[in-house]
Structures are given as structure tokens and as C-alpha cells.
Design a protein around this ligand. Structure first.
Ligand SMILES: [Zn+2]
Length: 358
């Protein structure tokens, strides 16, 4: 292969993981270290990225891309997260993704010792569509890049006043870790330790965010942390082949992927086996862990296959939010039952968290 051809191939592979535009991916691989193409975050950086991802990736709404993140560009000590423009809740009302992110991320103290949002998160500045974030103590840097017209200053101001009015001190401008935050860490030591054990994984997943739309057959992705496991529930609609092996091999690719091995699995899919009744959902469950952890903690992937998990009209919702047509045609084609049912069709299946998501 010519060097030009190799460059294009590398750039296309990079796009599958990061979601960057082709010209950006091409410039990055031209000047980068292609033996280690997606750098590992430093410890502080991994914590900032993992906590941000954990807050952004819950269910309950739809976005143009899974988790409302279009792409990510990352280096060892910094990352840029490109947000989608809007989210939609079950009510169907659009809400700016930037506002939604701040609702989940910004730390505020409640009476007592509870801290909502990310403990230690600090706003370092605003430059146009970019909100610069760090942790108290620095040594890490994450940029949330909003779409055109995002007014971070106004969004922050609104939340500041709302929290103050509620008697809940906003913490994101404090220079040091506050006593509220120190007490929070002290009062929840088990949860704190479990989450810190998953920082490397959350960061590695965020840095490969695009695999959830380029390499998965799921049209709906949700995620949460339970104990020492980061759980993903990925729904593939009936009529589309549930190809979890392709997703797993992309995720665990020796060069571009995450150092994980399959610790246990329970596979329910079988090409010769029919799904059964139209309301029946199959689930293949994979537990993946870092090779050094003897299977403790890690990643649990639930590949679900069945009828549309939520009420009908999902495709038109995703189209309105700006989902790429090519992706929709692959994971939620117009002929799929979920699309042809009416928007107010009764829900036929529910996630184990009783939440929607994309
Ligand atoms: Zn399976």
C-alpha cells in the first residue's frame, strides 16, 4: 500500500473510534504516533473524563448520536468533547445539550453534606463555543464544545443564581476543594473507591465514543455504574442482525481498542433461533475486565435484541435531532417495526432501568 493509501486507511479507522471529521483525523494521523494512536489519559485526566462521561451517558432522552456526543479529540492531558445540539425528553420537548450537560455536571452542595454534580469540578474559562473544565488542583483539562450559538456564560449564570436561591452553594468557582466536597468523599468511601477504579475505563470509552454509532447495531444506548461495574445496555431492533462480535472486536482491537478481556459471557443469540413472540427481547451479556484485575470490576455489556424498546416514532425523533441518515438506515431502517408503529404506541419493552436513551 502506498503511504497515501495507508494514511487514508488510518484516518478512516481513527474516525470509527473518535467520530472526528475525515480531514481532522487525517491531519492527526499524519503528525501523530500511530503505534499508539489513541493516547492513554494521565490519572487526573482520566478521572475528569470518566466522571464527565458517567454524568453525560445516562438514559432518559434521545440525542443525534449515542450519549449526545458527536466526537472526541484527546491527548494525554486534555480532551475536546463535541456535544450534540439538543436532547429530547419523553415529553418530546427539545432542550439544549449544553444546558443538559451543565445540569448533570456542575457541583452544588445541598444542605447536609451531599454534593450534586462532579465533586471537585471547576470551570476554568469560556472561549466562544468552548467551556473549559478542570478539577480543583488542576493537572487536567476537558473542553465541552457546544454547537453554534451556545451561550455558556448565560447557562452558568442561570444555574448559579438558581442554586443560590435554593440555599445550595454553587462550587464550580471555588479555588480549592471545599469542605462540602471533602465531607462527601469521606462519607461515601466505598462508592468513591469503586468509581476511581473505573476512571481508566470511562476515559478510554469516552476517547472511543464513536464506536457506539459506527460499530454497534444498537439504535439505543444507555449506561450507568453499579458497584464496581460500568454497565451499558445496547438495544438492537428486531430485523437487524445483532452483531455483538463486530462491536467487541472493535472495542478490544489490539492497536486502537481498550485493554480488556472477556471474563464471562452468556450469549442468547443464535442465527437459527427465532426471536419468538414479537414482544420478546433476548439479551447477550458480556463481562469484560482489564487483564490485570482477575475479572474484578470492569465493563458489563448487555446486547439486547427485540422489538423497539420504547414507544414508536423513534426514527422521526432521531431525524429531528439531526442523527446521521446513514446511521439511521443501518440501525433503524424505515421498515423496522419501531418506525412503522404510531408515536403513541404502547411501550412494548422497558429497559431494566425503566429509562429511554439513544
Ligand atoms: Zn449473542
Amino acid at each position: 500500500m502506498t503511504s497515501g493509501g495507508r494514511l487514508i486507511k488510518l484516518a478512516r479507522t481513527r474516525q470509527l473510534y473518535t467520530g472526528e471529521p475525515f480531514h481532522v483525523a487525517k491531519e492527526t494521523v499524519r503528525g501523530g504516533n500511530n503505534r499508539s494512536p489513541l493516547p492513554v489519559a494521565s490519572v487526573r485526566q482520566a478521572r475528569l473524563e470518566a466522571e464527565t462521561f458517567a454524568k453525560l451517558c445516562g438514559g432518559g432522552q434521545w440525542w443525534a448520536h449515542p450519549f449526545g456526543i458527536a466526537s472526541v479529540q484527546a491527548e494525554a492531558k486534555s480532551a475536546v468533547v463535541y456535544l450534540d445540539s439538543h436532547t429530547t425528553f419523553r415529553s418530546g420537548d427539545p432542550y439544549p445539550r449544553s444546558a443538559h450537560a451543565l445540569d448533570d455536571l456542575l457541583p452544588g452542595a445541598e444542605l447536609g453534606v451531599q454534593v450534586n454534580g462532579i465533586v471537585g469540578l471547576r470551570v476554568a474559562g469560556i472561549e466562544g463555543p468552548d467551556l473549559h473544565l478542570t478539577l480543583a488542583g488542576g493537572e487536567c483539562h476537558l473542553i465541552l464544545r457546544g454547537t453554534a450559538g451556545t451561550d455558556w456564560a448565560e447557562e452558568l449564570d442561570e444555574r448559579w443564581h438558581r442554586l443560590e436561591k435554593a440555599g445550595s452553594p454553587p462550587l464550580w468557582q471555588e479555588p480549592q476543594l471545599t469542605s462540602h466536597e471533602e465531607t462527601h468523599i469521606r462519607d461515601y468511601p466505598r462508592v468513591w473507591r469503586a468509581h476511581r477504579g473505573l476512571d481508566w475505563l470511562g476515559s478510554a470509552l469516552l476517547r472511543r465514543i464513536a464506536v457506539f454509532h459506527t460499530s454497534s447495531t444498537a439504535y439505543s444506548s444507555r449506561s450507568w455504574i453499579h458497584d464496581d461495574e460500568w454497565i451499558f445496555e445496547l438495544d438492537t431492533v428486531r430485523g437487524i442482525k445483532l452483531d455483538h462480535d463486530a462491536f467487541l472486536s472493535r472495542l478490544m482491537d489490539p492497536l486502537w481498542g481498550i485493554p480488556l478481556r472477556i471474563h464471562s459471557q452468556h450469549c442468547s443469540c443464535d442465527p437459527d433461533h427465532q426471536l419468538g413472540h414479537s414482544t420478546y427481547t433476548l439479551q447477550c451479556t458480556y463481562h469484560l475486565a482489564h487483564p490485570d484485575t482477575n475479572g474484578r470490576g470492569g465493563l458489563q455489556l448487555r446486547f439486547r435484541h427485540g422489538p423497539g424498546a420504547y414507544s414508536g416514532g423513534t426514527r422521526s425523533t432521531l431525524e429531528r435531532l439531526g442523527s446521521p441518515a446513514k446511521w439511521l438506515d443501518r440501525v433503524l431502517p424505515k421498515s423496522s417495526p419501531d418506525v412503522s408503529s404510531s408515536p403513541d404506541h404502547e411501550r412494548t419493552s422497558r429497559s431494566s432501568r425503566e429509562e429511554g436513551g439513544s
